[in-house]
Structures are given as C-alpha cells and as structure tokens.
Design a protein around this ligand. Structure first.
Ligand code: R5P
Length: 288
C-alpha cells in the first residue's frame, strides 16, 4: 500500500504516511494553458492505495482531480482505492429543498464511487446520513474531543455555544472535555438571500463568561457573527470560535474578528493562514 499526495491535501498526506509507515507517492501534476489538469501517478502497482484530497474551493477542480488520480491508479493496476477526503464539499446540498433543486451531495458521492473509489474517509461531514448516498465503505473521523483537549491548554471556555440545533452533539462532547456547560441557538436561514436569524433557547447565562462557539464549518461567517453578537449582547466577556472546516469565503475571517471574536480555531482540512489551526492527521491515520 502507498499514500498518494493529492493536489489539495494541505500536508496531511505526508503526515499520514509517516504516522502509519506507508510510502508517500507524489504525482506528476500540471495545469495546461487552457486550464485543464494533467495527472500522472509515476508508479507500478497492485493491491491498495490511499489518496488524500480535500475538495474545498475550487470544489469542482479538486473533485475532478480526485477522479483523475483514481483513474490513474486503476490504470497502473491498483485494485482497491481509499480516498481520504478531509473536507468533502457539497454535503450541505443534501436535499431537494425547493422544487427543481439538484441533489448535489448525491451526485458528488456517485461521481466518487464511479471513479473506482471503494472507501472514503471523511472528517466531520455536515450531516452523517448524507454519506449513505455513497455506495461503498465510509469512515467518519470525529475530531471534536481531540480538538477540545488541545484548546484546553490555552483557553478554557465557561460555556460552549452551538449556533444551531444540528451542532448540539459537538457542543456536548466538547463541553465534557472542558467540563463546562453547553447550550444552542435556533437558526433559520433565508434560502434566497442567505440571511440568518437566530434565537436563544434553553438555559444559559453569558454574563461575564468566556464563550466558545463551535460549528462544523465557517463559510460566509454569518452564522458565527450572529452567534457572537448574541453572546456579546448577553454580556459575554470573551468570545472565541471553533469550526472544523475553515472555508472562510467572502472575507469571513476579517468580518468575524470585527464582530468581536477574539480567536478562531480550526483544523487543517482546508488551508488557512490566519486562524489557530490544529492538525488532525493522527485522527485520520487511526482510521486507515
Ligand atoms: C450549517 O448548518 C452549518 O452547520 C454552518 O453553520 C454553516 O454552513 C456556516 O455557514 P456560514 O459561515 O456561511 O454562516
């Protein structure tokens, strides 16, 4: 078995290859002048290979390059391909929310399976059940407790806040490590404008407290900003944020900081220069 360093893997492939003692294979890769990708895996092979490839922006490019790497692996005789996809895009489009909507999550997972990939290893997908669209083996890597244990060394929140109901389990697990309370907000998003509205539910008292907002991803930043405003208006002393996947589109980092969030923690599933990033390679390696 060997580990293939994809075109968007943020150093995770080399970390994994060291951790599990597997050989690292670098691909020949270039972009033609018209924008098309060229991929070659300079190996002979049989048996199994693991390719590491995230599918953040530009999502389609990274996804197609994963397909090409899988094709190259099959071309040299590899029989079993596992794709480690630290961030798997399109999983939020997990339903036909409106008439005529594409079920993009299902399409993406079918493309990956049809590329000859039999197993995927994904870090904290937006929702677990969406992965049932993949007709192969699935391993989900949950990093929340490890992340909380790492952050604990430098910041101890007094309340963990999930900005929506879907994130309650993450908030609960992290609160156990921090030995603090957790609560959540009810969030609704206008599907046309993207605008978010939130309201508090449950038992909480933010006054004078250190609050940590935790979510699966930060995209535009609106969710974290609204949750941070809510905590600050409730009297929070310090507000920090953690999200597993730091997409940080539309200048989100700057906007979140301007909203009074003092630190943004995240992981290396996606490259991020500004945030406090924690390496999750060991948690992935444990699933290989
Ligand atoms: C939504 O349900 C997710 O858990 C995140 O809260 C959301 O995708 C974050 O997006 P944004 O940063 O654009 O508000």
């Amino acid at each position: 078995m060997f580990i293939v360093e994809g075109t968007a893997e943020n150093g995770i492939a080399v970390n994994i290859s060291k951790l599990i003692g597997s050989r690292l294979v670098k691909i020949d890769y270039k972009i033609f002048s018209d924008g098309e990708s060229y991929i070659r895996v300079p190996e002979d092979g049989e048996g199994e290979a693991v390719v590491v490839q995230s599918t953040h922006y530009p999502q389609e490019k990274h996804l197609m390059e994963l397909v090409f790497i899988a094709d190259a692996l099959r071309g040299i005789g590899i029989e079993r391909i596992t794709a480690v996809i630290p961030y798997l895009s399109y999983l939020r489009q997990n339903d036909r929310f409106g008439k005529g909507d594409a079920l993009s999550a299902s399409s993406v997972l079918k493309i990956i399976k049809n590329a000859g990939i039999g197993r995927i290893v994904v870090v904290e997908p937006h929702k677990l059940d969406v992965l049932s669209y993949f007709e192969g083996d699935v391993a989900v890597v949950d990093v929340s407790e490890m992340i909380a244990a790492k952050i604990k060394g430098e910041f101890m929140p007094e309340i963990i806040l999930s900005p929506d109901e879907g994130g309650i389990e993450r908030a609960r697990k992290m609160s156990e490590i921090f030995e603090c309370k957790y609560t959540y907000l009810e969030k609704t998003r206008n599907r046309d404008s993207g605008a978010i509205s939130i309201k508090g539910v449950g038992n909480y008292d933010f006054s004078g407290k250190k609050v940590m907002i935790v979510d699966d991803m930060i995209s535009s930043g609106s969710t974290i900003i609204e949750a941070a405003k809510f905590a600050s208006e409730g009297g929070a002393n310090i507000v920090v944020a953690y999200a597993t996947h730091l997409l940080l589109a539309d200048n989100a980092y700057k906007k979140i900081k301007e909203a009074g969030v003092s630190e943004i923690y995240g992981t290396n599933t996606i490259p991020s220069r500004d945030c406090n990033v924690i390496d999750i390679s060991a948690e992935i390696a444990a699933r290989l």
